[in-house]
Ligand binder design. Structure first.
Ligand code: GLC
Length: 747
């Protein structure tokens, strides 16, 4: 009853002032978001233009995250009720200023929703998402998103365009670094963790952000790994590989979704009703709102599926896109489409309703300035707890790829260390391209981290050796001369931030030649060399893997990169990361991924007529799920609680894992299945579970996984999700290749 009275008072207040544009700051009344009546009453009060205004989003301020801008007086558009959202404006003060214009100077005073790409941190920057995925630590990943939300919401933001959940099997695609790698099972769990992290339990709390799962759908399947390129894949691959993380995000309660730039099998995602409405809302029950990616409504013209923005607007709204990011198609055409009876006002109302409902859920009608507290902004941003969490996430994300003769961890008693390479004392690149408001000045470089980790008497020498893609003068020789005077060389090589990310696809993903020249010269000295990789995507590491004794994949590790890498190099943290994506042996091998099919002619050594390359192996250089530790682990044979299961059963799969080394360490115990014969061909392996466990030296733990028919299900010839009776293999191990195996039967 109270809610109804409050709602009615609010509506009366609204109608009393709806004629005038008052300059006083309206004291909004408390709204209960689950009571839809105020929204419907509000929609009834809105003109068609004001309704369309809620569907419009512009980038505001200098930071453009896509091509071109708009030549409009955006503040005037806001006053005229023709804007529903801004992106790229941050800051408690700056957002308050603009919000006051919307609330006090437009006819209805509907608050704006402010969005931003808070992808892996806001001011405290965490490792790039692919790095976080390598931790296989869902709790830490959720905490990373939680902290990002706390900082971003303190800076006036309501909405992040994350998590990006695009499955990627092609490291030529620069945006592979923004997701969780090649596997739908791991990707789905991480998608849900990030949604929970961003949105928390209560969207109207001033420490949570509305999340936006993107880019729907199959954006990572672009032909040739070339960004924005055509996607043409089977329905079964879509359903089994690319859609599960989106479904997981919806089940986790994500409040918004972003349509992708690419076409899917002939229809651009942004105009694709089958995906945006039939699957998303019809099958999955998604009740949030959909925003197009930057200009993607208008881009349906070059796609060649519409003639103009008028047709593009009709196609996008009919398909289910609620909000138009930066194409101006909706603001220019929706009213005319309604007048021309090509769209109904009811369809516009439905889109407006979904957006207003989210603004209610965020508490913006209750208090439009809830997120604009400059005092809280100062307190929450870049605080020591957040920095500690970023350091912890970064070291957990690191993957030990090689460690011959246990060169690592290094002793602190070491006399002298040479820290070499273009990324050794580099403050910019560890932040990655989606660095939000993260600043280079706050980054701890590898050199700084190593110096901070060692006693002052240790000689730590630095020389850049070369730049990312060129060397000046004889800086390689200078680095070599300096390195010769030390006991061990740490070489930091890889990619600059601008070599991986949106619009940054590369056909050659080797480490730049000049850096290999530097490494060759350093190895020539005969000193032990440790390579510290800093990169956003998988790289081709053949020369490094053949010639360097120790390699640590640290990704682009964020604000605390240097401390986190030093923690690993000196053994304060025993690396536990596992690759969430395959590292190809050669770019010609792409796409290479672990959950591939067997083919009719699987590879047979020294056999010509089989599925193979004559010049390289079929297998990647480093496989999915792989990562070493400073200790070793042994696996017992697999046992079952029964070796035959019926559809209604739960099969228990048991394995004992022992730490057979000398130091404590974490192991990601992974379980895969293989359906040996199905009504359609099945992958040779499918990840169905993992447990990250800590074991002390000599300690053994019994690990149990549970499999049900649901875990064994796939899309059959009629595209029905079914589990079929038959024989299965189970694999359990510390990677997708180093496994114990056993068989069971599903009756
Ligand atoms: C960009 C990206 C998308 C981002 C959006 C807003 O083009 O594709 O991921 O969220 O525009 O910056």
């Amino acid at each position: 009853m109270r809610i109804l009275i409050l709602s009615l008072i609010w509506v009366i207040l609204l109608s009393a002032t709806s004629g005038a544009v008052d300059t006083q700051q309206r004291a909004p009344l408390k709204q209960q978001v689950n009571h839809d009546q105020p929204i419907e009453l509000l929609v009834q009060k809105m003109t068609l233009d004001e309704k369309i205004g809620q569907l419009i989003q512009y980038s505001y301020g200098s930071e453009l995250t896509g091509p071109g801008g708009v030549k409009l007086d955006i503040l005037d558009e806001i006053r005229r009720g023709r804007v529903g959202s801004l992106l790229n404006l941050t800051g408690a003060g700056a957002t308050k200023e603009i919000q006051q214009i919307a609330v006090n100077q437009s006819r209805l005073g509907i608050p704006l929703i402010f969005g931003y790409d808070v992808i892996h941190g806001f001011k405290t920057i965490f490792p790039v998402p692919l790095g976080e995925a390598a931790s296989w630590d869902l709790q830490s990943i959720q905490r990373s998103a939680r902290i990002a939300a706390i900082e971003a919401s303190a800076a006036g933001l309501h909405w992040t365009f994350a998590p990006m959940v695009d499955i990627a099997r092609d490291p030529r695609w620069g945006r592979i670094m923004e997701g969780a790698g090649e596997d739908p099972y791991l990707g789905s769990l991480i998608a849900a963790a990030r949604v929970h992290g961003f949105q928390g339990e209560n969207l109207s709390a001033d420490t949570t952000l509305l999340a936006c799962v993107k880019h729907y759908a199959a954006y990572g399947a672009a032909l040739g790994g070339r960004d924005y390129n055509t996607v043409d894949i089977s329905d079964r691959t879509l359903r089994e590989v690319y859609l599960p993380p989106f479904h997981a995000a919806v089940k986790a309660g994500v409040g918004s979704l972003m349509s992708s730039f690419n076409e899917i099998n002939g229809i651009p995602a942004t105009g694709n009703k089958y995906f945006l409405t039939d699957i998303l809302r019809g099958e999955w029950g998604f009740d949030g709102f959909i925003v197009s990616d930057w200009g993607s409504i208008q881009e349906m013209i070059p796609h060649g599926i519409v003639h103009n923005k008028y047709e593009a607007s009709e196609l996008a709204l009919q398909a289910g896109v609620d909000m138009d990011m930066m194409s101006s198609a909706y603001i220019e055409n929706l009213a005319k489409l309604v007048q021309d009876k090509r769209l109904s006002e009811k369809q516009i109302d439905a889109a407006v309703y979904r957006i207003l409902k989210m603004k209610f859920e965020l508490g913006l009608f209750d208090d439009p300035y809830r997120y604009c507290n400059t005092g809280r902004e100062k307190k929450m941003i870049l605080n020591p707890r957040h920095l500690d969490a970023a350091r912890d996430m970064a070291r957990k994300s690191m993957v030990l790829l090689k460690n011959d003769k246990n060169l690592l961890p290094l002793s602190r008693k070491i006399g002298s260390i040479a820290v070499i390479g273009p990324l050794a004392d580099n403050k910019e690149d560890p932040l990655g391209t989606w660095a939000a408001q993260g600043e280079a000045k706050d980054v701890i470089t590898l050199l700084q981290g190593i110096k901070a980790a060692l006693p002052s008497k240790t000689k730590v020498l630095y020389s850049r050796g070369c730049q990312i893609d060129k060397a000046e003068g004889n800086e390689i020789q200078e680095a070599v001369e300096l390195a010769k005077t030390t006991d061990v060389i740490i070489a930091a090589v890889g990619e600059s931030a601008m070599m991986t990310g949106e619009g940054l696809s590369r056909a050659d993903i080797r480490i730049p030649e000049v850096q290999i020249d530097l490494l060759k010269a350093l190895v020539e000295t005969g000193k032990p060399v440790v390579v510290v990789l800093m990169n956003g995507r998988p790289l081709i590491l053949r020369w490094v893997s053949e010639n360097v004794p120790a390699i640590v994949e640290t990704w682009l590790a964020g604000t605390q990169a240097g401390h986190a890498i030093a923690d690993v190099l000196f053994g304060d943290y025993n690396p536990s990361g596992k690759l969430p994506v395959s590292f190809p042996y050669a770019v010609g091998q792409i796409p290479v991924f672990y959950n591939h099919k067997n083919t009719g002619r699987p590879k047979v050594e020294n056999q010509r007529f089989c599925s193979r390359y004559t010049d390289i192996p079929n297998e990647p250089l480093y496989p999915f799920g792989y990562g070493l530790s400073y200790t070793t682990f042994a696996y017992s044979e697999i046992t079952f609680n029964k070796d035959q299961m019926v559809m209604s059963d739960t099969l228990a799969v048991n394995v004992a894992v022992t730490n057979t080394g000398k130091v404590k360490g974490e192991e990601v115990v992974q379980i895969y299945i293989q359906d040996l014969v199905g009504s359609v061909t099945r992958p040779v392996k499918e990840l169905k579970g993992f447990q990250k466990i800590m074991l002390s030296p000599g300690e053994q733990k019994n690990i149990r996984f549970k499999l049900t028919a649901t875990d064994l299900a796939f899309y059959d010839r009629e595209m029905k999700l079914v589990a079929e009776p038959g024989e299965f293999k189970v694999y359990v191990g510390g990677s997708s290749v180093d496994v114990k195996e056993a068989r069971f039967e599903l009756k």
